[in-house]
Write a protein that binds this ligand. Structure first.
Ligand code: ATP
Ligand code: MG
Length: 221
């Protein structure tokens, strides 16, 4: 589904240039689950923001189902992201003024698919949050918010789910439940998963483990 070829990302901080990614190669197949492990500051979140098209690579190529992001304009990238890529973050990023149901519906509205609202109920049920659909984010616990964020990420049936420390701000039990849920749904819906984490045990639940170190990605054997 996703291919990265010699992807580099620099940040300029005043006079200095920080080479965060120095040539990342990666290939994620349909339905494959991979983990990216790396120390704090190694560039994991940066890599994920390139994968979902929130930010541009300095050089190199990223393709999604053989559509190179380079050949798409920003509108087409937004469209591709909205339709095919789901993202879950450590800090849920729910919209505070929308209730749980409306948060999950939003991606369908953006895609002009509001008529498929039965999917909202389907995914709220899947994440066990049907009874919380009228609650606003400030009325939900962290674990509940993350379940809503997962439903929102999946409601468009994306081919790939990108997850950046999805259990990082939850206690151990709740985080474990949220991760079980992610792995179950990804398997049921035959999606690919790119999981960014610094938790080695969690990474082991993925089919492949990559290490991001000194700006390059290497596969663990
Ligand atoms: P963590 O595990 O703490 O989340 P990370 O691996 O996700 O870390 P990134 O957030 O990708 O790390 O950051 C990698 C490096 O790039 C850091 O040194 C950070 O300061 C720098 N960086 C990230 N975003 C920017 C930006 N917009 N401008 C300048 N520097 C940035
Ligand atoms: Mg990060």
């Amino acid at each position: 589904v996703l291919t990265l070829d010699e992807v580099k990302k620099d940040f300029s901080q005043g006079e200095e240039v920080l080479n965060v990614l120095k040539g990342v190669d990666l290939n994620v197949s349909e339905g494959e689950t991979i983990a990216i492990l790396g120390k704090s500051g190694s560039g994991k979140s940066t890599l994920l923001s390139l994968l979902c098209g929130i930010d541009d690579a300095t050089s190199g190529n990223i393709s999604y189902r053989s559509n190179s992001l380079k050949n798409l304009n920003s509108e087409e990238i937004t469209d591709l992201r909205a339709k095919h890529i789901g993202v879950v973050f450590q800090q849920f990023h729910l919209l505070e003024h929308l209730n749980a149901y409306e948060n999950v519906l939003l991606p369908l509205e953006v895609n002009g698919n509001s008529d498929k609202s039965e999917r909202v109920d389907y995914f709220l049920e899947k994440v066990g949050m049907s009874h919380r659909k009228s609650h606003f984010p400030n009325q939900l616990s962290g674990g509940e918010k993350q379940r809503i964020a997962i439903a929102r990420a999946l409601v468009t049936h994306p081919g790939v789910l990108l997850a950046d420390e999805p259990s990082g701000s939850l206690d151990e039990n709740t985080g474990g439940e949220v991760m079980d849920l992610i792995f179950d749904i990804v398997r049921d819906e035959r999606m690919s998963l790119v999981l960014v984490t610094h938790d080695k045990d969690l990474a082991k639940r993925c089919e492949k483990i990559y290490h991001l170190e000194n700006g390059v990605l290497s596969l663990e054997d």
